[in-house]
Design a protein around this ligand. Structure first.
Ligand code: OGA
Ligand code: MN
Length: 292
């Protein structure tokens, strides 16, 4: 079937016409979604009624292998019994809002920094698919930044300077900057990873900035100079013209390409309102022929 796409921002993001993704299995429709991801970077699908296992199965059909070495996995056992289904919520196993100093909360709150999922892994995250299961009655948006438009808006001199650099990404680092530290045992499970700062995304042949709160060091530079460059680039890439805010409705599924976008959660009154989302992230591996 043909999916209609309505652009939601001048440079990226589209909303898909009505479709039940549980039933999407044919290669032609899956390929259409992949192509739309390459073009738009972020896709919004409304009214998705996925069970947990259906959400996982759809992610596998669309993009193959799932990321399971998350930072939450080193802290607590996942309440859904599957580390590939990340619990993006402020709710504990007992169904109650987490205590203020709960370690899962302290870790998850750093999702409010600009980041890309699983950049601290190798292979890193490719697509993330976040489903709004219990959306609070107040605004609790997720924002996205277009890292291809941001790269293309840099002057030629800066582009020349940064092309070819490499970045070490570590979630131990990004959490430390927020005053949250993992234990030595937990740190050993989160060693970090190195990736190019500028990536050419197959399919579009456009260049994209690849950085995030996890970006700790430019490999080729002294640490302070590298951090200053990273801060400047994040500031540049998050100017209003590159940013889109998604306002959640129940059962929205938002899919984003972590290679071409950054994202962050916006603050809301998480001591009063529950917000429960589930996320599945795929790994940036060559895509094998998936289910026909
Ligand atoms: C995520 C994330 C932000 C939010 O799920 O990866 O960063 O708004 N979420 O919950
Ligand atoms: Mn995230």
């Amino acid at each position: 079937m043909t999916i209609g796409l309505t652009k939601l921002h001048p440079t990226f993001v589209a909303e898909a016409s009505a479709i039940d993704l549980r039933g999407v299995r044919d290669t032609q429709t899956l390929e259409q979604i992949r192509n739309a991801m390459t073009e738009y970077g972020v896709l919004v699908f409304r009214d998705q009624q996925f069970s947990n296992s259906e959400q996982i199965a759809f992610a596998q059909r669309l993009d193959g292998v799932l990321h399971a070495k998350t930072s939450s996995a080193v802290l607590t056992k996942n309440r859904f019994g599957n580390e590939a289904l990340t619990d993006i919520s402020n709710v504990g196993a007992n169904g109650q809002i987490l205590e203020l100093n709960d370690r899962r909360r302290m870790n998850g709150i750093s999702n409010r920094l600009w980041h890309t999922d699983a950049s601290f892994e190798s292979p890193a995250g490719r697509y993330s698919m976040l489903l709004g299961r219990n959306v609070p009655p107040v605004r609790a948006d997720t924002q996205f930044a277009d890292m291809r438009a941001a790269y293309e808006a840099l002057d030629a001199q800066t582009q020349r300077v940064i092309d070819g650099l490499h970045v070490y990404h570590s979630i131990v680092y990004s959490r430390h900057t927020m005053g949250f530290d993992f234990s030595d045992e937990e740190k050993a499970k989160l060693p970090g990873a190195t990736h190019p700062l500028v990536r050419v995304i197959a399919g579009s042949e456009r260049r994209s900035l690849y950085l995030a709160s996890h970006a700790a060091q430019i490999i080729e530079w002294q640490v302070p100079e590298g951090r200053l460059l990273l801060k400047d680039l994040i500031e540049h890439a998050t100017q209003p013209q590159f940013v889109f805010s998604h306002i959640w409705k129940p059962n929205d599924l938002v899919i984003w390409d972590n290679r071409t976008t950054m994202h962050r959660g916006r603050p809301f009154d998480d001591k009063t309102y529950k917000r429960e989302m589930t996320r599945v992230t795929t790994l940036d591996l060559p895509l094998q022929a998936v289910v026909a």
